[in-house]
Design a binder for this molecule. Sequence first.
Ligand code: C5P
Length: 233
Amino acid sequence: MMMNARERLILALDVSSVAKAETVIGKLGDSVSFYKIGYQLGFAGGLALAQKLSGAGKQVFIDFKLHDIGNTVAKGVESIARLGATFLTVHAYPQTMHAAVDARAGTNLRILAVTVLTSYDDADLAAAGYDFTVADLVAERAAQARDIGVDGVVCSAEEAARIRGIVGTRLALVTPGIRPAGADAGDQKRIMTPAAAIAAGADYLVVGRPIVAAADPRRAAQAIVAEIAQAKT
Ligand code: C5P
């Protein structure tokens, strides 16, 4: 996948208000071109900000992990496409993925599937009624995402090579859990450096605290973009 390095960095805007988000965006300037908005900011006015960002030429990833009956998913996807968003996450259930892929046709929105939440282990799946290990369910859902025509998968960099083997090269792999060498891991348990994640097959890296909490966020973002540019793919 040929892209410039800056477009491969997605900044997670994990802040509680639009005012705080705008402060971060102002500090970053043109060092970041792609922003992720999740529940926290999205439910605090962040969708209007998403529309403003896309109007200003930035790309936006709406990380709402949709899952509902097909008609409801489709209508939600149509509304998110009208915001000008580039990426939207949905849970990797076949009905949900079909509805989302059909509804995004003819728009610039691309659908990313979340296979199994990384906070789930085999016991959590059993408690939720599944007769699958995490590894098997991730593989099954990645294959379904590929067959249904989903545009990408969110996965850890550790899973990237295995998922690439299942989904092939058409789908984008989007990986969080990225930490530059020496950065604080925070609550992330399995982390990779930007260069290692790209080498493992990631197309896009989602990075939050290593940039937002840095003394100089712009410099931190530029360093990660430089590392992406130099990584071996
Ligand atoms: O601050 P940090 O770089 O850890 O932020 C990572 C972002 O990626 C957060 O928005 C987090 O919710 C998201 N994410 C994650 N792990 C997953 C899926 C999403 O860290 N498995």
